[in-house]
Write a protein that binds this ligand. Structure first.
Ligand SMILES: C[S@@+](CC[C@H](N)C(=O)[O-])C[C@H]1O[C@@H](n2cnc3c(N)ncnc32)[C@H](O)[C@@H]1O
Length: 450
């Protein structure tokens, strides 16, 4: 490359990074009050718990004690707090290029009195300077701002332990197209030349107020919640005037992973990316679809999904080193594996409150809606009947061999309520297995084949 051009492009990259730094020094993200705790946000804790993604990959239940977790681009530290709560005993290291954000993150963690967390003002490119290796890297709402996301993923790979997992996300080019149009408009009007501040925000508000209500951009980007003065500035900063923001499509996401020698593990909200669920009758697809899906790779299925139904703002994914082996899914277990299985409740369900709710349902003779606590899907509720809920109760005390649950099932349901015949060992085993299989698909229970 011509050295003059190289100098020019490096200068452009520096300017972009400086603008991003200024933007987040001025308005650290997210603007969540320091004293607010995510303790009751169980679905979020579930996603931030290393146990979840580790089980998806290796089909083993990992202990979080002693693990080292990086929050890359930690902002004001709300997600670092979430990581600390979701992963008891783990060390949390937050980094961010904005010193103002890092200061807030430190204050937040001090306020909640959580040990074993540290924060550094550092660029992702400079991660090796920390001299640490990580079991889990969380890079939430950052990658789409970075001028060279592949270099960022390569930096993560360089400090990731061999069995480590990365969670990162990109903005969807399709879902967010209206905001990219708004950004193009305000760039053209000069509002994004410098890092936007109060004056630029006011100009956005003035523009939207002056436009007719049926103007397409106003209709698609200016909802009453955005126009609300209490939250307006944060919304405008995160959408209409977000400096550096870019959109991506699934093939670009996979191309980045290949370029970084990382392997796709799963979408974070994997159950709401199932292409089959977009059809009225998933068991009766048109022939073209039956044939196409039979041979489609995970990448192709996700691509089909985003073309039909681009509702997700984020292409939010987990990935690992490209040479790490997958654990054996329960779908591929032998009968022998099932008979030796140990059953665990997901740690985020293993609380006194959830147990009390289960007991209450048993006592009231109602179904226990296990999906009420952790909503993984946009699907209907997952409800367990009283016998199965009672059968699973010992899981709140700790992991159980499957046989212990089967024996308990036979005590709870000694006879078939229709035929009044005794429930055989085989029937009880099948009933428990079927229930666990269903719960394993949502990771409500985690099965270890020993
Ligand atoms: C939208 S905020 C997300 C904050 C936090 N991860 C969350 O989801 O709540 C993006 C953060 O990434 C940081 N950031 C952007 N580029 C970065 C880089 N190259 N190195 C380190 N931090 C960066 C910004 O300073 C900002 O705090």
């Amino acid at each position: 490359m011509n050295p003059q051009l190289l100098e020019q492009s490096e200068a452009t990259v520096l300017t972009e990074i400086d603008k991003i730094r200024q933007q987040f020094d001025h308005a650290p993200y997210p603007r969540v009050p320091l004293d607010l705790s995510p303790q009751s946000h169980v679905s979020d804790l579930y996603l931030h718990n290393l146990v979840t993604s580790y089980y998806l990959k290796y089909r083993q239940v990992i202990q979080t004690e002693g693990k080292v977790i990086l929050d890359a681009g930690c902002g004001s530290g709300y997600k670092s707090l979430m990581l600390a709560i979701a992963n008891p005993g783990a060390k949390i290291v937050g980094i961010d290029l904005s010193d103002g954000s890092v200061q807030l993150a430190r204050q937040r963690i001090q306020h909640h009195n959580l040990p074993n967390c540290e924060f550094h003002t550092l660029l992702i490119d400079d991660l090796p300077q920390l001299g640490l290796e990580f079991d889990y890297i969380n890079c939430d709402e950052v990658l789409y701002l970075i001028p060279d996301p592949v270099a960022a993923l390569q930096s993560f790979k360089a400090v990731l332990k061999p069995q480590g997992i990365i969670r990162a996300n990109l903005h969807s080019a399709y879902q967010r197209a209206d905001y990219f149009r708004a950004q193009a408009l305000f760039k053209l009007l000069g509002l994004m030349d410098e890092s936007p501040k109060d004056l630029e925000h006011e100009m956005v508000v003035a523009t939207m107020n002056a436009l007719i209500d049926t103007a397409n951009l106003k209709m698609s980007t200016w909802s009453p919640s955005i126009a609300n003065p209490a939250t307006r500035d944060e919304q405008i900063a995160a959408n209409h005037l977000l400096v550096g923001d870019r959109g991506f499509i699934i093939p670009e996401m996979f191309e980045m992973l290949r370029a970084s020698r990382l392997e796709f593990l799963s979408m974070v909200e994997w159950r709401s990316w199932d292409i089959v669920e977009l059809f009225k009758d998933p068991d009766n697809l048109p022939d073209l679809w039956n044939m196409s899906l039979a041979y489609a790779s995970p990448e192709e299925k996700l691509r089909l999904f985003e073309l039909i139904h681009p509702v997700h703002r984020l292409l939010d994914f987990w990935c690992t080193h490209d040479d790490s082996d997958n654990g054996l899914s329960v779908d591929d277990w032998s009968d022998e594996d099932w008979h030796h299985a140990t059953v665990n409740l997901h740690p985020q369900l293993c609380t006194e409150e959830v147990r009390a709710e289960a007991v209450n349902c048993i006592e009231q003779g109602q179904g226990f809606e296990i999906s009420r606590t952790i909503r993984v899907v946009a699907l209907g509720p997952i409800i367990l009947d009283g016998s199965l809920t009672a059968c699973l109760l010992p899981l709140w005390e700790g992991a159980q061999p499957i046989q212990a649950l089967v024996d308990r099932y036979r005590q709870i349901r000694p006879v078939n309520p229709v035929t009044l015949e005794p429930v055989s060992q085989t029937d009880a085993f099948q009933a428990v297995k079927q229930c666990l299989n269903r719960l394993d698909a949502f990771l409500y229970v985690l099965l270890d084949k020993g």
